[in-house]
Design a protein around this ligand. Structure first.
Ligand SMILES: Cc1ncc(COP(=O)(O)O)c(C=O)c1O
Length: 430
């Protein structure tokens, strides 16, 4: 018998599992689910271990298997991304960013980045990660016509402010940023270019989004759990020389991490192999689905932003819902109908605290096997909520609809024998 409060915790967790995986249409653009094999392997002994240091040079004993896993993961990512070196130790995208800033930006140096309303992540800005390091951010200007960085405006800012680091890549990310052009400008002032690929790593590996390292970025940072559907984690990949890589390694440890959440390495490796095998098809479907969802929303009279540019070339769609009550209200109403999105600031917003938009990502529903016709169905559900229909009626329809899409695709399956063998190795029953 478990204590009552533990029963309660188990119940909450089980209910959450069922709700988010079986009953909701999850459209949070920064989330995903692992494959069954990756998820099984995620529960392992390394969840409680340490391995401070680098492969072959640890401060703890007992790390020979960690070394093997970390080395294999780092090399495989480097190979897939065309990087010289990949540090897989950052526990998240934010930590990867902070470590990179610390390594590349000298004291009192400046960073050029996009503010949140243009899609920049908080860790690119003075409100977030840069604040912790007391690094000053100057804003890259935005070209509303192209829904992208304004290259001519950026040239002026970069030439005048001479930042040490220029951050491209974003959280609201509809079209690839002009990394090649920014890298050319960066050269003239000796700045590094970082592409934050947190949102698009799976699309890059799947071959439907340009690889920033081939376009002139010196570094990419990323999460490993958005369009790349691995466990939560981070990485830093570079094409730079050994000195830069050593600075990055020294920033990851001992400055920003002590343990690296080692239990995620095997699951991340499995996900990488799955992406090599199935990622091209998966990434292609994601991009098709995002476009299909945007077009279907437009047909419902809820036209997403960037219509003239074709709405999206990623997994994301953004909708300005200010005339329906704003992002806060609509995101809450959608949640009542079991459709999970986030409110999101848009470039024309006066305050990011009162966002006029919602951001929608299709990567997880694509993973559950949905295609163009399902996107049309989802657009209809969203439109019904936005136009004011009773959310309980929509919720009932969403729950029925979702029952048909429970199998996770684009990854390895597991059977009972493997589950017993793997969990058995943990000695949980004795
Ligand atoms: C562009 C971008 N970079 C970094 C992050 C932070 O990633 P993490 O949550 O892994 O720290 C996010 C989060 O969604 C993001 O959108």
């Amino acid at each position: 018998m478990l204590p009552r409060d533990l029963e309660e915790v188990l119940n909450i967790t089980l209910t959450h599992n069922m709700w988010r995986r079986r009953e909701t249409i999850n459209l949070i653009a920064s989330e995903n689910v692992m494959s069954p094999l990756a998820e099984l392997v995620y529960l392992n002994d390394l969840a409680g271990r340490y391995a401070e240091g680098t492969v072959g040079s640890r401060y703890y004993q007992g790390t020979k298997y960690v070394d093997a896993l970390e080395d294999a993961l780092s090399r495989r990512f480097a190979n897939v991304l065309g990087a010289k070196f990949v540090d897989v130790r950052p526990v998240s995208g934010t930590v990867a960013n902070l470590a990179t800033y610390y390594a590349l930006v000298p004291e009192s140096g400046t960073v050029a980045s996009l503010p949140v309303k243009y899609g920049g992540h908080i860790s690119h800005n003075n409100v977030g990660g840069l604040k912790a390091l007391r690094i000053k951010a100057v804003e890259l200007p935005w070209d509303l016509d192209n829904f992208n960085i304004d290259v001519d405006g950026a040239r002026k800012v970069i030439e005048e402010k001479k930042p040490k680091l220029i951050i491209t890549g974003a959280s609201l990310y509809l079209f690839p940023h002009p990394v090649k052009e920014i890298a050319e400008i960066a050269k003239t002032v000796g700045a590094y270019v970082l592409h934050d690929s947190a949102h698009v790593l799976g699309l890059i590996i799947g071959g439907v989004f340009p690889n920033p390292l081939r376009e002139g970025a010196h570094v990419i940072t990323s999460s490993t759990h958005k369009t790349f559907p691995g466990p939560q984690g981070g990485l830093i990949a570079t094409v730079s020389d050994d000195e830069v890589n050593s600075s990055i390694q020294r920033a990851v440890f001992p400055v920003f991490t002590s343990n690296y959440h080692l239990h995620r390495y095997a699951a991340t490796y499995i996900t990488l192999v799955e992406m090599e095998l199935f990622g091209a098809e998966y990434a292609y479907r994601i991009r098709e689905n995002a476009r299909a969802l945007a077009e279907a929303l437009a047909e419902e009279g809820i036209t997403p932003v960037a219509e003239r540019q074709g709405f999206t070339k990623t997994h994301q769609v953004a909708v300005d819902v200010s005339k329906y009550g704003g992002g806060d209200k609509i995101a809450l109403r959608l949640e009542e109908a079991n459709i999970i999105v986030n409110k999101n600031a848009l470039p024309w917003d006066k305050s990011v605290l009162k966002p006029s938009g919602i951001r929608i990502g299709v990567q997880e529903m694509t993973r559950f096997g949905m295609g163009r016709s399902e996107m049309r169905e989802i657009a209809r559900f969203i439109a019904r909520v936005i136009k004011g229909e009773d959310t309980e009626a929509v919720r009932r329809d969403v729950v029925e609809f979702r029952k048909m899409y429970l199998e996770i695709k684009y990854g390895f399956k597991i059977d009972k024998e493997l589950v017993d063998k793997f969990l058995g190795s943990l000695n949980l029953y004795t």
